[in-house]
Design a protein around this ligand. Structure first.
Ligand SMILES: O=CCCC(=O)O
Length: 497
């Protein structure tokens, strides 16, 4: 228990800074630990065990032993544990939000918003647990019946990012637990403590020992530990959220063991505004989507295409609204945009801005690091006159930098929006119903926001196409199916009549 937290916890039992294996809080076998840094100050405020590949086998084997019992637990019991977990998370919302803010940098109101959004997953998958059903049919061959039964796939590994540490865990773990799978979680090195706090609440909710395990690790040991998880023969399913580059490595590692994989990868999402759009609606949506967590969401708007008739007007509206953002420490109530989570993101943002300038882009707001602070702050930045030659068009930014492109026709906008290897989300704003339908069909993305920038919900299948990955998280049937196998039974009947 750390006495020196930079914030007060109402429930001190939530501060867990050891790994969780078989229901026990443990250190890495090496005894090493790594630091957890507050991005708002650049200061170390906690640490966690630096597990490496050698720590994987014990965690997976004990998870497998737990799975042998957990898979037989009645689905209603699993649903009840999920609902109890949901209640405990609700009761500890403020403490969890503080931990998230000090790990990720996001403003407290956003951390609270993330928890509220995430509770959709515990609630939703509690319902899904009891609705897993098989099928029965009568095939063409005489005297036969064919059945399918669904069963949990086994122990799953979750490789989880730092940008939404509560939402990503609850989206993955709730589906796995509802299905009857155990899960070994490898949190991001930036955000181990929020995941450990959630796991403590899962234990308090009644989930048996070994059902959820957490192996924390440093940036340095992340590749080897992740590889060991992907290669372990008792891991039957891997779910990864992160970059397309790493997602491809995970897919290759899992291919060797023919493991089922869900990949939620990079976005580079387009946001289209047509002349007939409600510009206030588009502005409100863009302000929420783009500046949320300082631009560090996979589904954020990376490329904003505005039709020429409203380009200047919308650019002015956007600049005026964005200039009012208050950049500061996430724990400060006045803050409306926090820091980026890692210093690496600052360098990437700066290189994209410099590159845009070289290609003729006009920086009309921000453009650089916030000076005179040890936190990782980047100014909210707007680049006008963006073109396809720019780095920002090619690469996901993951920082508060927004590029505005002008277009004339719908065909031109769709071609530009789709001109990326990625296909996570696309957004468009128009009041033309025919165009709405055409865009839904023609935009190449797994999720389409139509006059909204807020399309994520427990009820909606979440996932991309193209190099944004495969598999769905959340939504009815599809998400829990990622953790199930289908077994077919064929029965031969004797006819007595
Ligand atoms: O960053 C990716 C996840 C964001 C969301 O779930 O809406």
């Amino acid at each position: 228990m750390s006495p020196n937290l930079p914030f007060q916890l109402k429930n001190p039992s939530l501060f867990k800074d050891q790994s969780l294996v078989n229901g026990n809080w443990v250190e890495a076998a090496s005894g090493k630990r790594f630091d957890v840094v507050d991005p708002g100050s650049g200061k170390v405020w906690a640490s966690a065990p630096d597990n490496d590949a050698n720590d994987v086998d014990a965690a997976v084997k004990t998870a497998h032993v737990a799975f042998e019992s957990f898979k037989k637990v009645n689905p209603r019991q699993r649903a009840q544990w999920l609902l109890k977990w949901d209640t405990l998370i609700r009761e500890n919302r403020d403490d969890l939000a503080n931990i998230v803010t000090y790990e990720t940098g996001k403003p407290l109101s956003e951390s609270q918003g993330e928890i509220d959004y995430s509770l959709g997953f515990t609630w939703w998958f509690a319902g899904e647990a009891e609705r897993v059903t098989g099928t029965v049919n009568t095939p063409a061959a005489p005297g036969r019946r064919v059945f399918t039964v669904k069963q949990p796939i086994g122990v799953a590994a979750a490789l989880v990012p730092w940008n939404f540490p509560i939402a990503m865990i609850l989206r993955k773990a709730s589906a796995a637990l509802a299905a009857g799978c155990c899960m070994v979680i490898k949190p991001s090195p930036e955000t181990p403590l929020s995941v450990l706090a959630l796991s403590e609440l899962a234990a308090q909710a009644g989930f048996p020992k070994g059902v959820l395990s957490v192996l924390t690790t440093s940036l340095e040991n992340t590749p080897a530990l992740s590889e060991a998880l992907c290669r372990h023969p008792l891991i039957k399913k891997v779910t990864f959220t992160g970059s397309t580059r790493v997602g491809k490595l995970v897919a290759k590692l899992c291919a060797d063991g023919l493991k089922k994989v869900t990949l939620e990868l990079g976005g580079n999402c387009p946001f289209l505004i047509f002349d007939d759009a409600d510009l206030n609606q588009a502005l409100t949506a863009l302000m929420g989507l783009k500046w949320r967590h300082a631009g560090q969401a996979c589904i954020t708007a990376n490329r904003v295409y505005v039709q020429s008739g409203v380009y200047d007007k919308f650019a002015a509206m956007l600049k005026e609204a964005s200039a009012k953002l208050v950049v500061g420490h996430g724990a400060d109530k006045k803050t409306t945009m926090g820091p980026v989570t890692t210093p690496r993101s600052l360098d990437k943002a700066l290189s994209q801005v410099e590159d845009a300038k070289k290609h003729g882009g006009q920086v009309v707001l921000g453009g650089g690091k916030v000076m005179g602070t040890s936190g990782y702050f980047f100014e909210p930045t707007i680049i006008l006159g963006a073109t396809k030659e720019m780095l920002i068009t090619e690469e996901e930014t993951f920082a508060p930098v927004l590029a505005l492109y002008s277009f004339d026709t719908e065909g031109e906008a769709v071609a530009a929006a789709n001109n990326t290897s990625m296909g996570l989300a696309s957004y468009f704003f128009t009041k033309n119903i025919d165009r709405t339908w055409r865009l839904l069909e023609n935009l190449e993305a797994g999720m389409i926001g139509m006059n909204t920038g807020n399309a994520s919900a427990a009820e909606s299948p979440f996932g991309g196409i193209k190099e944004s990955g495969y598999g769905k998280e959340s939504g009815k049937d599809v998400a829990i199916a990622e953790y199930l196998i289908t077994k077919t039974g064929t029965l031969s009947l004797e006819d007595h009549f």
